[in-house]
Write a new protein. Structure first.
Lengths: 294, 294
DNA sequence: CCCCCGCTTTTTATACATAAGAAACATATG
DNA sequence: CATATGTTTCTTATGTATAAAAAGCGGGGG
């Protein structure tokens, strides 16, 4: 019933580990591999067994050595390493953003399960978790309603985002000079400049940098509710922009420059400057999102 | 498999409806009852059938009349009207707040299911929904961790709450004189004064009034994320104070007075005053909560 | 002893089953 | 023909089953 995606992912990761070792070298212990792969020993053993069966690993008395270099084609395909629940997420996002769903559409668990080819339990579980993004709503003893990826969604999202980011930026600026975050913000600036220099080729890398940047600022004064809200933002940008690639390069370039301005403002410790830079960035991000929705 | 709690709740509600009617009177149509009871016609028919079987209702040619007054003891007990998922919520809260769980405790789906006497599916679904309250966290392929009802939980909660309430209070004060909310706030004041006058007997009613008051202020400028956060607050107050009744009367009296001060501030439209009243109330609420945790 | 490994037990992820409830359709009656 | 009731179909709420993964246990070797 349960899929063996954990095993397959671990198997692929194990290939990478073996490739860093020499032929004939002795493998780390099961426990060491367990930590490296981030799975249980049970799964490690399954991976080792699989590799032995393929001759990649040879078991000698009380030790295991590398018999032959694993080839890339022995890796399991990416899809098979995703848990069903993760596949459902992708399917659902696609369903939603493809435009099959307009605001007010009723969501039917059974139908989605059929469409995605999975059990209803999983769809149900996904919808329950997805609820926190504010895009769907449950009705007692009936299905769900899709509230729509609308302008008001974007506005409400950014209202909160502004509160949270302004709060974090201010707290950030109040940190003492000796704090390690100033080093981190320096390297963050470097990463931004690097990306900017090569923007034509690498503009797609921005999304991840963006998320890291905002999380760095937020992390100085941890608050679980703010962190949880970051997930909402990440989801929106991750999926929504996957389906709206218009002006992506230009959009990202603007955002990078805004980030750089905010970094400078933070380093100045000048609250007024920080507020302005922060608000400017958020306003432009909001306009971009609104623009892409309409 | 599914429990018939919906039917039982509707049955009880139906008793209340019948009691407002005269003996021998004709009942409303199935469709009318459907709206009144807030269930499907299928369930209405089941209720009607049940009442016919008990002689409460007599079916004549194309009409149904009330045969005899239903007695209160014919009601289904409250527990049987709660869906399993709701029962699980109560059980879990009890488990959590009884102190069986200290911060860092691992939560085991199977064990909880056994303890509560329900299927694992339900426990799992509950935990997924409960995650949004920030008290538990999931670990991949393993169970959940209870993060604890700790001081930092309270502090993080109130940090957000302050942001949200200040925002709403300000927007509230900016509403034009003609807005109906000023009437509502008036009757809210009346309700507070009434409760205050009878505080010794009715101090337990405060919790619900508190929730209504804060929701009224929040509702003027709807934001789904703020509304969702209100659920967190409601949950905390609902359950936590059920287990910490120390000084309840005094606590509630203080809070009522603070609400009245805030109402006055709102009506003055003076932002500085509003900010102060709001912050005062939240600070005292926070201290109370912190106090009860320690 | 302490770590490694083979084996056993427990728990989670996922599928499937079914009664209760909702919705849709059909028929009747005024 | 519109509204109320009878009937059928579809969906949700909840239980059970099971393979995969995790956790626990005990012996053996350094």
């Amino acid at each position: 019933m349960r899929t063996d995606t954990t095993f397959k992912r671990a198997f692929n990761d194990m290939i990478d580990i073996i490739r860093t070792l020499d032929l004939g070298a002795e493998l780390p212990s099961e426990n060491a591999l367990r930590t490296q792969l981030g799975v249980s020993r049970t799964t490690v053993r399954k991976v080792l067994a699989g590799m032995s069966a393929r001759g990649i690993i040879i078991s000698e008395a009380h030790k295991r050595i590398i018999g032959e270099r694993p080839r890339q084609q022995e890796r399991y395909p990416k899809e098979e390493t995703l848990a069903i629940s993760e596949q459902v997420e992708t399917s659902f996002m696609e369903w939603m953003l493809r435009g099959d769903a307009c605001p007010g559409t009723e969501i039917n668990e059974t139908e989605l399960a059929r469409k995605f080819g999975v059990a209803t339990t999983i769809v149900r579980e996904f919808l329950n978790r997805f609820q926190k993004y504010g895009l769907i709503e449950k009705r007692q003893n009936a299905g769900w309603v899709f509230k729509g990826f609308t302008a008001s969604f974007a506005l409400e999202l950014f209202e909160i985002r502004e509160m949270f980011e302004m709060r974090s930026a201010r707290l950030f600026a109040a940190l003492p000079d000796g704090s390690p975050v100033w080093k981190q913000i320096q390297s963050m600036r470097a990463a931004h400049l690097e990306l900017l220099a090569d923007i034509d080729a690498r503009f797609q890398d921005f999304s991840e940098l963006d998320s890291r940047f905002h999380r760095l600022i937020t992390a100085v004064a941890p608050n679980r509710f703010i962190e949880s809200f970051q997930d909402v933002i990440t989801m929106v940008f991750h999926y929504h922009y996957q389906w709206n690639k218009r002006d992506e390069r230009a959009r990202n370039e603007v955002a990078i420059r805004e980030h750089l301005a905010l970094i400078e403002a933070l380093e100045s410790r000048n609250i007024a400057l920080i507020d302005r830079a922060c608000r400017l960035h958020l306003t432009s991000a909001r306009e971009t999102l609104l623009h892409s929705i309409a």
